[in-house]
Ligand binder design. Sequence first.
Ligand SMILES: Cc1cc2nc3c(=O)[nH]c(=O)nc-3n(C[C@H](O)[C@H](O)[C@H](O)COP(=O)(O)O)c2cc1C
Length: 213
Amino acid sequence: MTGGPAFDRTFRDTLETLLVWRRDVRRFKTDPLPDGLIEELLQLAALSPSVGNAQPWRFVLVDDPARRDRIVANFERANADALSDYEGEQADLYAGLKLAGLKEAPVHLAVYCDEQSNLGHGLGRKTMPEMLAYSVVGAVTTLWLAARAYGVGLGWVSILDPVEVDKTLDIPEDWKLVGYLCMGYPVEEHTTPELVRAGWQDRVDISEFIVKR
Ligand SMILES: Cc1cc2nc3c(=O)[nH]c(=O)nc-3n(C[C@H](O)[C@H](O)[C@H](O)COP(=O)(O)O)c2cc1C
């Protein structure tokens, strides 16, 4: 195919709406997602770019209740430990934040980077091997946007001990945890991040982060 589709103004406006309404979601309805939807969303995520076309993403759907309970306990320990780094008003604010929807979310998805696969034959990562994991991060972003387009919320949980997660999920040695994701239908929709609404961290105008050389 030589000429691709022409994306018009209407499409661009809709794309902007998608970007504006994508949120990190921590408040989920417990309703399950329709059969096959997660697989469909992962198909879309797999259209993401990756260094050397290595496609290093590995998706672990965590359905087993006992394993999910261990992930919840892992989060609670890590979150209590993180709280102890703060003091005074900031500690009070931190303690009031909801930083995961692990108990309610119908879908737990652990996203790994396969660091030993021969796919891509090492292209593009000799000087910057971390590009492999960055490729997986890109796929998570695609998944995040695709999910939102289907009305599905996604929340990224990084307050976890990754070694414990690997043990809980019986993960191969060469896989590195990139993200533990909760997915499901959101209880509420917002255009501003939860951490902004809670007074933890405001958005900064992008002009502050653009430099010219
Ligand atoms: C790599 C990464 C890790 C994150 N980890 C957490 C987390 O552990 N808990 C949480 O509540 N939010 C987590 N978030 C969500 C961020 O807090 C959120 O993206 C940010 O506040 C902006 O909000 P928005 O995604 O709704 O725009 C994470 C986001 C990213 C990209």
